[in-house]
Design a protein around this ligand. Structure first.
Ligand SMILES: Nc1nc2c(ncn2[C@@H]2O[C@H](COP(=O)(O)OP(=O)(O)OP(=O)(O)O)[C@@H](O)[C@H]2O)c(=O)[nH]1
Ligand SMILES: [Mg+2]
Length: 250
């Protein structure tokens, strides 16, 4: 697997401070690695930084710029489509802010020999979360426990976006069935892959939060996270408002 053509998908929104250094780190890991940045037209000019860097790595650095901020999950799905149209054998997804340490990629490459999907977990012996507020830690734990109760996927971490997939796992995805756009896409992808009988593995990772003000989770976002999990499990019952069929007129 170490000599398999690998696509590392990085969703970005306002990551101009981080993206160049991260891309350089990843490309230096292995000659078979390509990076795809999926940027949602970041106002800080992340896309421009990436296009500039493409001149240095014309073969190995790819960029998709979407027209507006439309969620991390959908950005990664866009990356999957890009990779499936080309001959990549392995796919990674990871955050741009160095919360996911490039040096941990080696762990995934070891583990993916025996699995179809490998998830970087913050909740295994050997895992660690650095620099998270009490509120943030507890929300994450609660959200994970809730998702696990409903979805019953054999994983300890449903929402950490540091993962490695074999091509066959990405090919098995039903993209049409995913209407979520944010973090819950991670749960939905794991749920689908588990249902299809793919082998899910985990490796412990050290999650280092960026130094930036307190992340504000609004009540609306918390409700949405909760509903989205129910929607994955029972799509017909917890429908999206926008997806309702129009009422017939008499
Ligand atoms: N393309 C795209 N990327 C996004 C979007 N929202 C977040 N991201 C990226 O997804 C990754 C995770 O987002 P973060 O903002 O770090 O989310 P977080 O780790 O929960 O929160 P922080 O504590 O602020 O780090 C980062 O690489 C972001 O740049 C989005 O709407 N579109
Ligand atoms: Mg982050």
């Amino acid at each position: 697997v170490t000599h398999a053509k690998t696509l590392v998908i990085i969703p970005t929104f306002n990551e101009r401070e981080n993206i160049a250094a991260l891309v350089e780190r990843i490309l230096s890991l292995h000659p078979d690695f390509d990076v795809l940045v999926v940027d949602d037209a970041s106002p800080d000019g992340t896309s421009a930084v990436v296009s500039e860097l493409q001149q240095k790595h014309p073969e190995h650095l790819h960029l998709i710029t979407r027209t507006k901020k439309d969620g991390r999950g959908g950005a990664v799905l866009e990356g999957f489509r890009f990779g499936l149209a080309r001959d990549y054998a392995l796919f990674f997804e990871m955050d741009a802010d160095f919360s996911h340490r490039p040096e941990d990629i080696t762990l995934f490459l070891e583990s993916i020999r025996s699995f179809d999907v490998v998830v970087g977990s913050r909740y295994l012996p050997g895992s660690r979360i650095e620099n998270w507020s009490w509120r943030r830690t507890h929300f994450s734990r609660w959200a994970n426990t809730f998702a696990k109760t409903i979805l019953r996927i054999p994983l300890s971490d449903y929402t950490n976006g540091f993962r490695c997939y074999r091509r066959n796992a990405v090919e098995a995805l039903d993209f049409q069935a995913i209407d979520a756009k944010g973090y819950v896409v991670l749960s939905e992808v794991a749920f689908q892959m588990h249902r299809k009988g793919l082998r899910l593995g985990e490796v412990p990772v050290i999650f280092v939060n960026r130094e930036r003000g307190i992340s504000n989770l609004t009540a609306g976002e918390i409700t949405e996270a909760f509903l989205s999990v129910l929607r994955i499990r029972w799509p017909g019952v917890f429908r999206h408002k926008t997806k309702r069929t129009p009422q017939a007129h008499h």
